[in-house]
Design a protein around this ligand. Structure first.
Ligand SMILES: Cc1ncc(COP(=O)(O)O)c(C=O)c1O
Length: 388
């Protein structure tokens, strides 16, 4: 067996299952699960219709590069969304089966494990796929703790840097200054930047959508997107996590190698899914309505969070990143036992690094349930905290 598999950590939800083993939740209260970041708003009917209307596409093997129509729809979306000229749909855009598989496969394409010195920078706390991708590619993960600056890290030997903006779980967005520094470091050390933007369309100031990697590159005149690849997804934007549809866009030379890898890996997107994806990328009305649903939830629950808990309005995403007065794992377990509300302990999403675990004394609350359930969950959390 591949010995690198032994280095993978259990996934956060496995750790949660182990934490809750043998715990019987309060039976009189109906369960509210806000632990998983799975969008629950309804899939738009026009996306379902586009999928159902193109089922004859199941009769053909799809090409790994995707159809020209999908790549053009994505390039046009990038241009509209980020106010940049459309990337070349032939060389600078590739469809992927959700951003998760692409974030993973990308490290296998980019990393040269020879000599055992390759390093991959991951945010901390983070989406655990980055770490697993690094380990299985033969690289060593290096963690950039929340609150650290890029200059606080030693970038020697770094071949790949994952960034996540808006971040899961913190909701933080990289600024233009952050990007400038990251580009400078990439120029100096030669690493590739993988920008995970799967929450890019969940923001709550319609006048200030989060900056994207390609947009930032363009602002600095980096028109070939040198060493930058953005990862985007329809899962959260269009409430189609089961469709498995996203894209990567950026540096043409890197995408050409990525396409080669993907051809062997066998990760082509089925034609009906491509068809439905074109429909989704062309429409913004449903995306605005989706944002509104989350905005309503934040407006309802954020004022309810009071000391000793604390949480701020995120710049993007659908999480509340809440500071807890007690150990986060104990907090989550007892909240489940006493109030039948499930949240994710922050330390399950983070690693001990630089003398701290930046997830400790935090829980992640995914505002994916209906508004009334989110409100009830926070009411129960407040009752729980009052009894601590
Ligand atoms: C930060 C982050 N990146 C990527 C993904 C993967 O999303 P998908 O594969 O549905 O595009 C998720 C899913 O929860 C996520 O939280």
């Amino acid at each position: 067996m591949n010995p690198r598999l032994a280095r993978l950590q259990p996934y956060p939800f496995e750790k949660l299952r182990a934490l809750l083993a043998g715990v019987t939740p309060h039976a009189a209260l109906h369960p509210i699960n806000l632990s998983i970041g799975e969008p629950k708003h309804p899939t738009p009917n026009f996306v379902k219709a586009a999928l159902a209307g193109s089922l004859e596409g199941l009769a053909a093997y799809p090409a790994t590069a995707g159809t020209p129509a999908l790549r053009e729809a994505i390039a046009a979306w990038l241009s509209r969304r980020y106010g940049i000229p459309a990337p070349d749909p032939v060389t600078q855009v590739l469809p992927v089966n959700g951003s998760r598989e692409a974030l993973f496969a990308f490290a296998q394409t980019v990393i040269d494990p020879a000599g055992g010195a390759a390093r991959v920078v991951c945010p901390n706390p983070f989406y655990q796929i980055y770490e697993g991708a690094a380990l299985l590619a033969g690289a060593q993960p290096t963690y950039l703790n929340d609150g650290m600056r890029f200059d606080d890290l030693d970038w020697t030997g770094v071949q790949l840097a994952y960034v996540c903006s808006p971040g899961n779980p913190t909701g933080r967005v990289l600024s233009l200054d952050d990007w400038q520094r990251l580009f400078e470091l990439s120029d100096r050390h030669g690493f590739v930047i993988a920008s995970d933007e799967c929450y890019s369309e969940l923001y709550y100031d319609e006048l200030r959508p989060p900056l994207g990697a390609l947009q930032a590159a363009w602002r600095f005149g980096r028109r070939d997107f040198a060493r930058v690849v953005a990862f985007s997804s329809l899962s959260k934007r269009s409430n189609v996590p089961g469709m498995r549809s996203g894209f990567v866009a950026g540096d043409a030379a890197i995408l050409q190698r990525f396409l080669l890898y993907r051809t062997y890996h066998g990760s082509a997107m089925s034609l009906p899914v491509q068809h439905a994806s074109i429909a989704a990328w062309r429409d913004e009305e449903h995306v605005r309505a989706n944002r509104q649903l989350y905005a309503d939830k934040y407006r309802a629950v954020l004022p309810m969070i009071a000391a000793p808990l604390s949480a701020g309005m995120p710049e993007g995403g659908f999480y509340l990143w809440v500071r807890t007065p007690a150990d986060d794992a104990t907090f989550a377990r007892e909240l489940h036992r006493q109030y039948n509300v499930l949240v994710l302990p922050g330390s399950f999403l983070a690693r001990d690094a630089h003398g701290a675990n930046p997830g400790r004394q935090h829980v992640r609350i995914a505002l994916v349930a209906p508004l009334s359930e989110c409100v009830e969950a926070v009411q129960r959390i407040n009752q729980y905290v009052a009894g601590l």
